[in-house]
Design a protein around this ligand. Sequence first.
Ligand SMILES: Nc1nc2c(ncn2[C@@H]2O[C@H](COP(=O)(O)OP(=O)(O)OP(=O)(O)O)[C@@H](O)[C@H]2O)c(=O)[nH]1
Length: 513
Amino acid sequence: MPPSLLPSTLKLRHHALVWLALSGLIMATICATTFVHHLEQLRAEAESTFASRSALLAKFVALHRDRVTVMRKLMQERYATGAVQPSPAPNAERHAGQDSWSLLPEPDAAGIASGSAPLPLSNEQSRELAAAMAMDAQIKAALQYDADLAWLYYLSAQRFIYIAPHGKVGSFHFSDALYERGYWEASSPTRNPARRMILKGPYQDLAGQGWIVTFAEPVYAAEHMLGVVAVDLRINTLEQLANVGRSLGETMMVSGDQRLIAKQSGFAPGMRLHPPLSHKLIDWNADDGGDLWLSSSVIDDELWLVHRLRRRELYLAAARESGSAWLMVLLFGLLAMMAVRLRAALIQAKLLMRTDPLTQALNRRGFYEKAEGLLALAQRQQLVLAVLIMDIDFFKKINDSHGHAVGDTVLKDLGTALRSTKRSSDLVCRWGGEEFVLLLPLASSDQALASAERLRAHAQLIHVGDINGPTITLSGGLVIKRADEPLDAAIKRADELLYEAKQGGRNNIRAAT
Ligand SMILES: Nc1nc2c(ncn2[C@@H]2O[C@H](COP(=O)(O)OP(=O)(O)OP(=O)(O)O)[C@@H](O)[C@H]2O)c(=O)[nH]1
């Protein structure tokens, strides 16, 4: 590219850069907004799923708590009012090598009794067992409609248990290990003076039902604790609850002592968690590692439902969700970039098509295109149009004595001089060789010769070769275009006057009189 085109190229590049910076800014804003929008959406989804899971778990827990409370009340009432039963000892089956026994108290009883208390049972023990059997109707109904239940039972302090369903008991029988379960200890009058319900677990069921949790409530006769009524739930039911709905992150159940009770997947028994707990349902709290947590207290100080959203997982998911939008923006950006480059190339091509590359003056194509507009303007504004042809004198000699390159420089300098001297509405065209045509719109024809002389005088300051070289001279022909005269005819008349100027000794302008 000729160096003379550099300024306009720089201008174009500047425009393109501004365009690119602008579209880059818009693209970055769209990408960031999409990302933030998806972050919010994923958090909102997690919040709504967590709220559903929490409501469901609360209902589920309330159902089992109520069941245990009803069973406990039934038993307590029966114990208080029931008569002393005769001991059912004759049906007992003793376990070989152990001091424990099992017996079905009645043919249609819901549960089986098993113990290591000496047989026959004492009157008090018999009375307790009969009271426990008062829960049978409740137990049977629960077992019929609720598949989540592993066991329903009454564990007496008198070293026996009444446990249902008896059909699944198998080789299980009473053992003192039962008193080591957390719920027994936690139900004791000293630990639980308020006699509230206890939730304990998870632990492996002694009768092989897998991981279970226990809801237990102490049974009292006046101020004396007899035992506990309890319901064991399978962990996998809780896991299913933690899986209801879809959301990013993981919902877990945690006991009051921060032991993991159930988890959506990959349950690790005995695992401890220390989530930041809050009593507000939708309240994100960050832990030390930066993970986000939601929490909900299902049973006061006993059971929490928590949801963990790992920050990395959240950002990755938001990025995944934003992917298609980002792709669109990227494509749009590429298209915009291509459009900008194409537009710049088109402008450049147009410029080249209409410009003489050496002098930066208009070429004939550019001249005729612009002249059309100028003619119309002159007509509208009633201006006169001066047509001036100027030609360097003895240019061949310059080429011959200084070389073609110096001749080129003279032409280039002349183009610059004419363009810088002309007014903005004037047209300067390199007509060919060392000849230039100028079209000057003027208020009156009187100004024409003065304008032409001004241009000629300025252009004649150009030196040939270097600053010490001779300056050039110009000859010119000047006419005022007649109203109905074609432009080419006016140029021809000016050319004839130029010829006269050359013949008349050069270095002058001949104007039509
Ligand atoms: N360096 C250079 N020379 C050019 C270019 N275009 C035309 N010329 C030369 O310009 C010269 C014009 O010569 P002539 O038409 O004889 O005119 P002149 O020597 O200026 O004589 P007068 O016009 O009669 O004063 C020729 O030698 C051309 O080769 C160009 O782009 N660069």
